[in-house]
Design a protein around this ligand. Structure first.
Ligand code: CA
Length: 218
């Protein structure tokens, strides 16, 4: 499964060049052009590349939300913008690259940030369920939960968006993007049921009538 990158950049030329280069390097890339679009996104990412200057705010506005989901962060800043560089590190960024940058250098920084991440990816929990993203495994009270790749992605989607209503479309887009598996809307119900059966009382996935699902708990 390829590592996934969330690119938030308003400059269309930079964004498309970067997306292409990262995809060539084997990453899956989702692009958002501004803060509003980025905040609406419910994807699961290993790394976010955030432009500091965006039309509706600053890349800094996205840090807290991404950090809480365990996403590594790399900032794109203007040359010699020392204030922003210091601020980026204080707010939890892993690295920064100044514009204009060479694609080769940026890819190298991305690789390094993802390598560092390997050992430090934090566990995610909800109810009695713990997910270890570095291992790609889920546990209930310390015992490995036997799930398929698709069920694992479903579980990760719910845990990353706990207490939030997810539409069926949002959930389906997650499964397609990450696992490369095509799931029809009506089979989603079946997958959710199987996952619920495996989870038992350890985690609660509520059906929100006419909309989708929500995983509840802390
Ligand atoms: Ca910009």
């Amino acid at each position: 499964m390829s590592e996934s990158i969330f690119l938030v950049e308003d400059d269309v030329i930079i964004a498309s060049g970067l997306k292409y280069a990262l995809e060539q390097a084997g990453y899956s890339v989702t692009h958002a052009k501004d803060i509003t679009t980025a905040k609406r996104d419910t994807g699961i990412y290993d790394l976010a590349i955030l432009d500091v200057g965006l039309p509706d705010g600053s890349g800094f506005d996205l840090i807290d939300g991404l950090r809480s989901k365990g996403v590594s962060i790399l900032f794109l800043t203007a040359v010699d913008d020392e204030g922003n560089i210091i601020r980026a590190f204080e707010s939890g960024a892993d690295d920064y690259v100044t514009k204009p940058f060479r694609l080769g250098e940026l890819i190298a920084r991305v690789k390094a940030a993802l390598r560092r991440r390997g050992g430090q990816a934090e566990n995610l929990t909800l109810g009695q369920v713990t997910v270890n993203p570095a291992e790609g495994k889920a546990y209930i009270s310390g015992i490995v939960l036997d799930v398929t790749a698709l069920e694992y992605r479903l579980l990760l989607t719910f845990i990353n968006n706990k207490n939030q209503v997810l539409t069926r479309e949002q959930i389906l887009s997650q499964i397609w993007d990450s696992a490369g598996i095509f799931v029809e809307d009506n089979t989603l119900t079946v997958y959710i049921k199987r996952l619920r059966d495996k989870l038992g009382d350890a985690m609660q996935i509520e059906t929100v009538r006419g909309i989708g699902y929500r995983a509840i708990g802390n």
